[in-house]
Design a protein around this ligand. Sequence first.
Ligand SMILES: [Zn+2]
Length: 736
Amino acid sequence: MDNHIRASIPLLITLIAACAARDPGDEDGAREEAPGGLGPSALSTGPIKGTSLPAQKLALTFDDGPGDRTSELSAYLKSRGIRATFFINGKNVPGRQNTLTALTSDGHLLANHTQNHPSLPSLTDAQIVSELDQTDVILAPLVPANRLLFRAPYFAWDSRVAGAIQASAMNKYVGPIDADIGSTLTATAAADWDCWNRNYTNARCGDLYLEEVAARGRGIVLMHDPYGSANGNTVDMVKYMVPKLEALGYTFARVDEVPAVAALLPPDPPPPSGGITIGLAESVDGYVSDVYRWRDASGRERSAAMVRNEAADPSGAFGGYLRRFTYVKANGAVVTATGGSGTNNTFPGWGYTVTHQTSEETNTISSRKQPGTRRIVFQGPHHALHEYRWTAQYLGGPVAITVHWLFATGRDNPLWSATFDSSASPPNAVYADNRSPSGQIGWDGDAGSVVAGVGWGDRYKFRTTSSPESFSSSWTYSAANKVPHVWMWSTQTDTEMGAVQTQDWQRRDAGYGWLYSNWGRTSSNKLITAGTPSSQTMPVSWNWTYQLNQFELPDNRNKRLAWGMNYGAIGQTSYPAYGDDRTLSGYPYQSHSVYMVMGAKTANTVTAQLTQVERTIAARLTATRGTVRTSGPGGVGRSDAVAFSPAGYDSVYGTWTIAANASSGVTMSLDTRSVSINRPMFRVTSYRLSVPATIKLGAATLTKDVDYFASLDTTTQTLWLTLNRAVTGVVTLTIN
Ligand SMILES: [Zn+2]
């Protein structure tokens, strides 16, 4: 029935024998193995046992899953109030993503048991690290607070294996976790896999476990829930043992609660005390700004200084943009990004609006050139909306411009959303492109570093493939793309910045010009587009799909980043989509939203946001209580009803939107299509209670300000809710 265990048995016996020979089972000896002097989150040099647990405390562990009955076991343990630890082999996860979600929702801890269950001493250093790394990719997003534990297959371990892991990024794992009970089958002790190999019954094997538990009195218990035989099965054996253990007074803990393990784990990040704060009218180097401060996905503070737009600022502009952005990298380094100043960086910040009516600079409409108004639309503990408004006089008439910035606890990237409302002008009177959001900000930490490369996405992905960026950069434009985005990066400072749309190009087009004739091509077989010198690999500056720093090249230190939409996007009832194969309407409204992303290049923050949008718009929301909203305003500052696609997904704020029932209850299921979605955000409308009384994910009751972040907008009776975890599969959220 299980080929894996049968194939493994000869090796398993050998190695466990070796393990037993090395460690005679002296409980005090295990204490000496507890490592000292290692920093938090570092791999230990020797196996860690459970002898530091108090008497009558057991840490149940289950290896080699997930298996077909793991969800059943998870629910059983949950029903007894037991939290256990599951050491996962990544190779078993495909097709069982839902099992991992069930385990975490039931309060169990996922841990790393390698991808393929090899004996690590038989592998090269690189293979050893890869075995951990592959499973880490699956598990780490599901393990809160970096409580990352590792157990070596067959307990096979030596100093070279330890050194290989210690020298890699996988040294974030604590381990190897050993076991005190369940390692070897004898007349007085058990090992479930060996029981099943010998066709023991559940009772016979379970009684041996109970005997070993009684002899040890505490410890980490090793079992393998995927395995069984005709006479017995680990899941059934657990159901046999647990009531007996409870009757004897035993209680249970996860391995991360074993004191010797807990001492090696990083401390829990503090809950985001106070949530979002707004410093009103702070002077940021003379720029009068409302400064938003919030906790990001890592629990670290980010800040955004939003310059007021009623009066001229020190740059001679009128505000209405992000002047300064700060965040903290994983290594603790604080990155401060400041809007441009001086001759090379003429734009004082990022996120203002720019559109062109003709190629004449004098006909450019830029929100930084005129006064407007600002207000805080909504400030809850964990969600806040900042608004700028302007009425701009175009050649054909007035256009009302509204921009919102959304900040949320647990989210790294603010969302920028804009509407250009031409309804006060006749149809087709206004004729403009759209390069908003636009601006310059020192996303490399104000280092003045060279830009290593740029990229963007329309129907294809454009990426430079040589460094640094120049008009001679080689590039590829050959991979299909879903979600429009623009991106630039610096390898010198390990930083990057991008803007990632909340919707795909089929539903909301982006891109400007004629470079699309090169879709599917690279710089080596490109078609020369009009105006591009034949000596130049990159397109002529005015024909870039999104505006970057091309007008400043060869100065590739310039940090400009902006959007792209064709002429007519503002004001015209029909204008060409990028690709010139279909038409769209820019009248009376043109609205779009992008995440503003800054982070470490090596952390892949832009592609991570891109992936999250792709996964979100492929997901499905259904409800058994409450009503999934199928339409809503198509942009900020609008009150029309535009169909949501997919149902419930409001791309204006990137949220799932649902109307509560008459008693403000909601039961909804999000189907992520087997991939993980990080910290999904919901808006519950028609929500009449003061605070959510109870929020459950599956059967697990969530903890406010830890598992979720909620803000109630009493003006609009809207509950904003960010789930503070990654979800995979079909997850049901209940709000009462
Ligand atoms: Zn194993």
